[in-house]
Design a protein around this ligand. Structure first.
Ligand code: 13P
Ligand code: SF4
Length: 341
């Protein structure tokens, strides 16, 4: 279910108009002038509080346009955001993303305050598996290492040997030099990795509730309507979608493809806020795809970001023993290289 839309009540004054006029052109393809008058007072107030708190705002590619293009200091995938935030001198990190992303940011910046504007912003993949499930998997497959997608809780990362992203999953699996690995929690990403390596993959039954809704039939329909369309798909999609696509990659890899190849017409088979955000930067490219929104990402709104900065809550805290073990799993991955393929 999409989060309740919040009432945007701050007034659009002449001061707000002056402070934000340079920002509107960044979102003018997706935000109407009437909507902008509702958003701009929040954007202006957040800018002031960011300075006062020495805060850095991170936004995942799936955030709405005004957050992604007008409020964020750093944009990217979840790991890139956490790494970039750790490299800043900020005292406070505001994660415009979901809970596991805020936890990863906290793991890499234990001394900084990490705010998640809505603690209920979860993830069907992260919620598909618990630390206890991982211990049971290990017991069922003694001696087989556990490779864990970053879309998991810190408690699950703590039970793992190593983390991976959708960009480096194959390289991480192969780096272990073993014939068999347990790959959690995304069954489709696991199947995709299995198709690219000789290592045997034991998968879990987790799915992304957004990507699992795309179908091969939708891709066939797109191709029938637009013969020249280039189809880019995220590896969290089902196997028939990946088989029907021209390119499979993480959000960052899809963005890289568009930047380098500049196709005239493209379909981004991923959460649909991303296509809107990318389209703002590439007005010459036509984006056409079925629209699936992540209800968890949509929970993050401008009023909630403002409230988080005003109240300095909700903060992310991770038990120190769990954090230490989870951080080790993330660091083992980064030693291999986050974008290794
Ligand atoms: P990446 O941005 O790492 O490709 O992950 C996509 C996703 O679904 C994040 O929630
Ligand atoms: Fe989780 Fe999917 Fe939403 Fe990403 S898009 S946060 S994987 S439910």
């Amino acid at each position: 279910m999409i989060a309740e839309p919040e009432r945007l009540t701050l007034p659009y004054t002449s001061d707000v108009a002056r402070a934000t006029e340079h920002l509107y052109e960044r979102v003018s393809r997706t935000v109407t002038p009437v909507e902008w008058e509702l958003f701009a007072p929040y954007v202006a107030r957040i800018e002031v509080l960011k300075d006062e708190r020495n805060a850095v705002v991170l936004a995942h590619h799936y955030q709405s346009a005004a957050i992604y293009r007008c409020v964020a200091d750093i944009i990217g995938d979840s790991l890139a955001l956490a790494q970039a935030a750790a490299a800043t001198q900020a005292d406070v990190i505001v994660m415009c993303g979901v809970h596991f992303m805020a936890e990863t940011a906290k793991l890499l910046s234990p001394q900084k305050i990490v705010l998640l504007p809505d603690l209920a912003a979860g993830c069907s993949l992260a919620e598909s598996i618990t630390a206890e499930d991982v211990r049971a998997l290990r017991a069922a497959h003694p001696g087989v290492p556990v490779v864990t997608y970053v879309n998991t809780s810190a408690a699950v990362k703590a039970e793992s040997d190593i983390c991976c992203t959708s960009a480096n999953a194959v390289a991480v699996v192969e780096s272990l030099g073993v014939p068999r690995v347990i790959f959690i929690p995304d069954e489709y990403l696991g199947a995709y990795v299995a198709s690219k390596t000789a290592v045997e993959i034991v998968t879990w039954r987790g799915h992304c509730e957004v990507h699992e809704r795309f179908t091969g039939a939708q891709i066939a329909e797109l191709r029938e309507m637009h013969g020249d369309i280039v189809v880019l798909a995220h590896p969290e999609c089902p196997p028939d979608v990946l088989a029907a696509s021209d390119f499979v990659g993480s959000t960052t890899a899809m963005l890289g493809y568009i930047k380098e190849r500049r196709p005239a017409r493209v379909a981004m088979i991923t959460e649909c806020s991303m296509a809107g955000n990318v389209a703002e930067a590439f007005p010459e490219i036509e984006f056409t795809q079925p629209c699936m929104l992540c209800p968890h990402m949509q929970r993050i709104t401008l009023p909630k970001i403002l409230r988080a900065l005003e109240t300095m809550s909700p903060q992310i805290e991770i038990d120190s023993a769990i954090a230490e073990r989870a951080r080790r799993s993330v660091e083992r991955m980064t030693a291999i290289g986050r974008d290794a393929r």
